[in-house]
Design a protein around this ligand. Structure first.
Ligand code: FES
Ligand SMILES: [Fe+2]
Length: 450
């Protein structure tokens, strides 16, 4: 663990008034798993981080060299390329890679570049029996070995048995395929250890990709990402959900390569003095202020009541597995981040975000949301990515969650513009509520520098 992170005592550290997340867990109707009882608040100082991280092309170039060319990063799900010959094109900061399912079912990753004069081998995701370059026809087998050189008499310098596509390190965790452009990188298992341990119970590999939406956002990728790394902005940006979530009482935990923000659902914001149960339910279900809502039996804890309903719904698609979850796992946002840009939610929600630079434009980003869901019997086919046009909203594809994203998205270009105009020398972050954002910047300092 980095020496710059000092553990804080959860009992004595400064925190918002109102019920703590751990106190909410005490009222759970089921045994609460150990992973939710972990607390790892960290004092990482109160340093400001340079605005150049968002506005400077030079900083982006350093990020490319020191981060994107060196770090383990999520590409696609195994289920996106289930059959031999299936391939996925993964692009990051001007570079392109191919993730390929070979004839034996193994997974391989290659730079998406022909070894003749360098043309990109595949422009699109799809299925192919071989990797043949469209320029002059050099061809490789799916496992990367050379298959064919047109006019091979004319290339006496090529040793055909050694002219294989270079392999990029690849690893799979919970159905997610990661690659590392650096052939001398550290082992993936070490990198993902903290996150993998915490997700054992939730088995995201057993879920299928039900939906996948992506959009180019007019801001640096970190502006988009950081909008999803704290709940402090809820009162100003999403006031409609304050009635049903414990925004400023979120629990923030920081480890080495991962961090999380847990925001309780089925409780109201401590910033609101009083919210009636029916109003809380309306906020939670996105209903009008006078809509009929179910009656809560006397003496029943509201979170338990709502969790029971969601457990019943889950039973229809997940059978008895629905019973393993406690109330908190059905009600709360367990928003994890694996550095630098992979954001899986824990427990039942099955939401995954990813944010990355859009090519080498440091003022635009690709934001994605993947929804994973349980299934019974045969695995349903994975949803294809749906690219939203500039004027298309997230709510047109993601419903209630999309409405919240649209509010977040509204801020993003304005944050970019503000940062281009500001006279301040660095962004200011709160000590606790924004500590996941601070952790991200702390990691960036480690990888990229000041
Ligand atoms: S560049 Fe690929 S065959 Fe010539
Ligand atoms: Fe938000």
């Amino acid at each position: 663990m980095s020496e710059a992170y000092k553990p804080l005592d959860p009992e004595t550290m400064p925190r918002s008034p109102g019920i703590t997340y751990q106190e909410l867990l005490d009222a759970d109707s089921r045994p609460v798993p150990d992973v939710l009882r972990l607390q790892s608040p960290k004092d990482m100082g109160l340093q400001r981080y340079s605005v150049k991280r968002y506005t400077s092309a030079a900083w982006h170039e350093l990020e490319v060299e020191r981060l994107w060319k060196k770090v383990w990063q999520f590409t696609c799900r195994e289920e996106d390329i289930p059959e031999p010959g299936d391939h996925y094109r993964y692009d990051i900061a001007g570079m392109s890679f191919l993730v390929v399912r070979t004839e034996t079912g193994a997974l391989k990753a290659y730079p998406n570049a022909c070894l003749h004069r360098g043309r990109m081998l595949k422009e699109f995701d799809g299925n192919a029996a071989e990797l043949r370059c469209p320029f002059h026809g050099f061809c490789w087998k799916l496992d990367g070995q050379l298959k064919d050189i047109p006019a091979d008499w004319d290339f006496p310098q090529i040793n055909q048995s050694e002219f294989s596509l270079p392999e990029i390190p690849l690893a799979v965790w919970a159905g997610f395929i990661f690659i590392n452009p650096d052939q001398n990188c550290d082992p993936f298992d070490d990198f993902i250890k903290d996150l993998a341990e915490q997700f054992e119970r939730w088995n995201l590999g057993g879920l299928y990709k039900q939906a996948h939406a992506a959009k180019v956002m007019p801001c640096n990728w970190k502006i988009a990402q950081e909008a999803f790394c704290e709940a402090f902005h809820v009162n100003a940006t999403h006031p409609q959900i304050m009635r049903s979530i414990g925004d400023v009482n979120s629990q923030v935990d920081v480890w080495e390569n991962c961090a999380r923000v847990i925001t309780a659902g089925g409780t109201h914001s401590p910033l609101l003095t009083e919210v009636s149960d029916p109003d809380l339910i309306r906020a939670m279900m996105d209903l009008d202020h006078d809509a009929e809502v179910p009656e809560i039996p006397q003496g029943v804890n509201l979170r338990t009541f709502l969790a029971d309903r969601s457990r019943e719904n889950l039973k229809a698609i997940a059978g008895d597995r629905a019973e393993i979850y406690c109330d908190a796992e059905l009600m709360d946002s367990l928003d994890y981040t694996l550095f630098p840009n992979f954001h899986p939610w824990g427990a039942f929600n099955g939401i995954v975000y990813r944010f990355r630079p859009n090519g080498n434009d440091h003022r635009s980003a690709i934001m994605e949301c993947i929804m994973l869901a349980p299934f019974e019997g045969e695995r349903p086919p994975a949803a294809k990515v749906h690219w939203l046009e500039e004027d298309e909203t997230w709510s047109s594809v993601l419903g209630f969650l999309g409405k919240v994203f649209d509010q977040d998205s509204f801020n993003m270009p304005k944050v970019q513009q503000g940062l281009e105009s500001t006279y301040m020398d660095g962004i200011v972050l709160s000590g606790y509520q924004e500590s996941k954002v601070r952790w991200l910047h702390h990691k960036l300092t480690e990888w990229v520098g000041e």
